[in-house]
Write a protein that binds this ligand. Structure first.
Ligand SMILES: Cc1cc2nc3c(=O)[nH]c(=O)nc-3n(C[C@H](O)[C@H](O)[C@H](O)COP(=O)(O)OP(=O)(O)OC[C@H]3O[C@@H](n4cnc5c(N)ncnc54)[C@H](O)[C@@H]3O)c2cc1C
Ligand code: SF4
Length: 563
């Protein structure tokens, strides 16, 4: 490869997804000339959302993806979000080969905005039941922070993002800075009341979601407007009704005049300056020309998403760090974890047939974790949160396309209420759950391939059984019929909440990052995507990545002269 082009900035951010977008916004707003690098193509807000305004009957294949195309997205097409309307936001397998020592579906969305374009937008805070989990239950290492350290930063990011939610006053799920909540359906309400009467620590609430149920000045100032409740967010939203890097943080960063965005730029490694004992920049493979470029800065934020960030750090070798940047402990790429989405349980309800839902709602109901919260009560560790939705099903639209689909939708035949609960289980980060480099096998850009060895264990199996038992009992109490427990057999990775490998902790011997996401052994590098997570808890993780990122930038700016 030829070495071409060198450029200098105050800060470099690797990856423009949810966490990288936040890093770019915060760094530029603090006055730093910042280079935001992304390996994918640029996706311009509004103009690059080709399917956003198509009606169901206008999709040529009724939403299905032709088999030929599906083959190119062998991994991505296993994700629930993959359809004719969204395939362009997922990544083809040939873009980045990897090795599965254990079966693993690495879902990638390589473009400017990353997975922020596709995400489900559920945004729940962690509580101290989550931050104290590893210390209480004796796994991983103790988190170096507690809820009080992150609480102001949750508030800070929530105001900008726009989180619709209800102040539920729950110890397990702290309230935030909410805009108007969406509503539970009558069956969700019914279920919630019955369950709460029998189990006072189980709560069915409306999920907190990053959709603008009300747009205020902080949102309109970057060009966003109120959500129209179309529930088509994963196509990109022309109203900016849901939070994405493309609609919110990147425009805010551009407004400062301090942002340079460079797409098609695959970060290969971080350059370590042996004389100054710190990182000096990044090596980048230009995805279009395959030439190597270098960019320099005094602060580097790593936000490529967990597996990709681990890959970059493991590939950042030098005389000082022959095993990867900051990796004296040998722990880089270990203690990976994820959320188990194996459990589902469906049912029908023949009550409330005089009621139907009107319009759409871009969220669902949510049941915060209730197992093993105050004391250990099962033979497995930790617990699960759950998504719940109850809707009346359309009985006359299946398999239809074009005009016949349009007519059926205009004259719907409604069936019974259909109830669906999905489990989001905490998995235990273990030293044996790893991602490592195979230096003999390269991908098409010449980067080493990642060897992934992450799987389920006995704890996960027991948790799955408990989920099915508990919900079967609750469904029966609520009078639901045709109860069907399902093991989705979803592989790790396909839940979209992969975490770990570069964990935070108090001690450089047992962790890679300190309490401010700063590398213990390379002070001007910060890692604030999911790879920093010491444990996973049960909440959807991205709100926590955002809060950690904003807090880390604040710290980096204050410490800048020492970096
Ligand atoms: C269908 C779906 C539903 C989801 N629902 C939720 C939800 O409800 N709530 C929730 O909290 N989370 C949800 N998630 C997960 C959420 O999207 C991720 O947690 C979040 O996007 C992670 O942010 P990130 O910045 O770490 O990574 P990403 O958003 O994945 O962005 C990473 C970026 O880095 C770039 N990149 C990768 N490698 C390199 C490299 N070598 N050089 C340069 N750039 C690179 C990529 O192109 C990408 O743009 C969902 C995800 C999906 C796909
Ligand atoms: S539900 Fe709201 S945010 Fe989602 S696509 Fe529709 S208008 Fe946009």
């Amino acid at each position: 490869m030829n070495l071409k082009n060198t450029y200098s900035f105050d800060a470099i951010v690797i990856g423009s997804g949810i966490s990288g977008g936040w890093a770019a916004k915060e760094l530029t707003e603090k006055g730093l000339k910042t280079l935001l690098l992304d390996r994918g193509r640029d996706v311009k807000h509004v103009t690059d959302y080709p399917t956003t305004l198509l009606n169901p009957w206008e999709l040529p294949h009724g939403g299905q993806v032709p088999l030929e195309l599906k083959k190119e997205y062998k991994t991505g097409s296993k994700n629930y979000i993959f359809s004719e309307a969204t395939s362009h936001f997922l990544t083809k397998d040939e873009e980045q080969a990897y090795i599965q020592d254990k079966p693993y579906d690495w879902i990638r969305a390589y473009q400017v905005g990353g997975r922020s374009l596709l995400w489900g937008r559920h945004t729940q805070r962690w509580s101290d039941f989550d931050f104290t989990g590893p210390a209480r239950d004796g796994f991983a290492v103790d988190w170096p922070i507690r809820y009080k350290d992150l609480a102001p930063w949750y508030s800070y990011v929530e105001k900008f993002v726009g989180i619709s939610g209800n102040k539920d006053g729950l110890e397990t799920l702290p309230d935030g800075e909410f805009i108007k909540p969406y509503e539970l359906s009558c069956v969700e309400n019914h279920f919630g009341q019955i369950v709460h009467n029998k189990f006072p620590n189980r709560h069915v609430i409306i999920a907190r979601t990053a959709n603008l149920s009300q747009a205020t000045k902080i949102h309109t100032s970057v060009g966003r407007s109120q959500c129209q409740n179309r529930n088509l967010c994963e196509r990109g939203c022309p109203y900016g009704g849901y939070f994405s890097s493309n609609s919110a943080t990147i425009p805010a960063a551009f407004q400062t005049g301090n942002l340079t965005l460079k797409s098609h730029s695959i970060v290969h490694s971080i350059i370590y300056d042996e004389k100054k004992n710190k990182a000096s920049g990044v090596r980048v493979v230009n995805a279009l020309t395959h030439e190597m470029e270098e960019y320099y800065a005094s602060v580097i934020f790593v936000n490529a998403s967990p597996l990709a960030s681990n890959l970059i750090l493991l590939n950042s070798t030098s005389n000082r760090f022959p095993n990867g940047l900051g990796n004296d402990s040998g722990l880089l790429g270990t203690h990976m974890a994820f959320h188990s989405y194996r459990g589902r349980i469906t049912a029908e309800y023949d009550g409330f047939l005089d009621v139907k839902t009107s319009g759409k709602r871009p969220t669902s109901a949510y049941i915060p974790r209730f197992r093993n919260v105050y004391q250990q009560e099962t033979d497995f560790l930790r617990g699960y949160a759950s998504n719940l939705s109850a809707n009346r099903v359309f009985e006359n639209t299946k398999g239809l396309v074009g005009d016949s689909l349009k007519n059926a939708l205009l004259n719907p035949k409604l069936g019974l209420w259909h109830i669906n609960v999905g489990m989001m289980g905490e998995t235990i980060p273990k030293e044996t759950s790893t991602v490592q480099l195979d230096r003999n096998l390269k991908d098409k850009y010449g980067l080493p391939q990642l060897r992934v060895s992450i799987g389920y264990d006995e704890n996960d199996e027991k948790m799955l059984q408990d989920f099915h038992q508990q919900f079967k009992e609750m469904y029966e109490l609520a009078g639901f019929k045709n109860i069907t427990p399902i093991d989705t057999k979803r592989l790790p990775g396909n839940e979209n909440h992969e975490m770990g490998g570069v964990r935070m902790g108090k001690d450089p011997k047992t962790s890679l990052l300190n309490a401010f996401n700063q590398m213990h052994l390379c002070k001007n590098v910060f890692v604030t995507d999911g790879s920093c997570m010491t444990s996973t808890s049960t909440q959807n993780p991205s709100l926590t990545y955002m809060a950690l990122t904003a807090r880390a930038v604040d710290y980096a700016i204050k410490e800048k002269k020492n970096l």
